[in-house]
Design a protein around this ligand. Sequence first.
Ligand code: SAM
Length: 331
Amino acid sequence: MPGINRTEAFYCSDSPSLLWELTICESLANGDSGYARALNQPAPYGELLGRFLRQHTSLPAAPERIVEVGGGYGSLMAGLLTVLAPRQVTMVDISAFLLARQRQRLGEDGNIAYVCADIFAYLEDLDEPVDLLIANEIIADLPTITGLTREQLAPLLPRAREFPPLEPLAADPGAEQLLAEAARLVATYDLEIDDQPEPFNLNVGGLQLVEKLAAREIKRVFISEHGADTELPYPFSLLLKNYQRWDKNPKRIQLKDHDEYTIRFDHLAAVASRCGYTVDSCHMMEMLDVRFDDEINYLLTTEKPTDEAQEILLEFLEHVAEYQVMVLSRD
Ligand SMILES: C[S@@+](CC[C@H](N)C(=O)[O-])C[C@H]1O[C@@H](n2cnc3c(N)ncnc32)[C@H](O)[C@@H]1O
């Protein structure tokens, strides 16, 4: 029978640590770290993201309002604010502990509001337009339905478009509710499920999030996460073959005191485009402009670092190979 993976209890505990997961954002919190050596133009992650969004979207240099959900230690926003000058920033996080870290990092500037809330509760009350909402390595933390089969879903699909949506914050949905919600999402957005092995998993929280974002006045959304259907750019596709994802099934990632699931980005894209967003995706390596030269070629071909600096470089390349980014926009 289907089950559900949740992480709220971990993030709402006294001091959830992110060090175990070493997010890409934290690896590149400083532009001069050993990890940043992998980039053609080393810089802090938030700065790179700001430049990427300016180049690839119509985001103005001085937007009215930016919201970051799940800002961790605040490093992304610190970097972003070196290249963008928003009039208002809102940091939303379910963890009071991490929100306090963000406040420490970003300070008490009157333009920055700190909101301790679940993203779904925050969106419920949001009535102002937002130029950019950032969800960097958070949607793998949102609920994933596990253990689904096509046989269970098949009888529900013909009527499933009319099913009422499951409340994202519903405390403890039973197996029947989970099946009904999975069927509603699959039927409403024509999600491809025949290409997955069984039993399979569905990123229900990520899909519901896109639906809820589309129902608000949010012009652009940036999402990055571990992909379940990530395709590496050439020539990394040849050299990091083990990191190509083919089966598309959201995969469990075991972390300290909680599990996350990789994200099937083509499902998110299907919901977003049906809800009126233009969808652009690329691999994280492309967004960060990871360099490819003799040193990297040697490292990826031999997997034999000659010193500690190369060990760090190889670790970063293997890590970043798993990430996809997606930008949703509409006028
Ligand atoms: C894996 S960390 C990523 C932190 C940071 N964005 C980074 O890339 O380093 C996930 C973040 O999302 C927050 N978070 C998890 N679930 C959330 C939810 N339902 N609503 C709001 N924030 C959430 C966590 O407290 C944490 O700050």
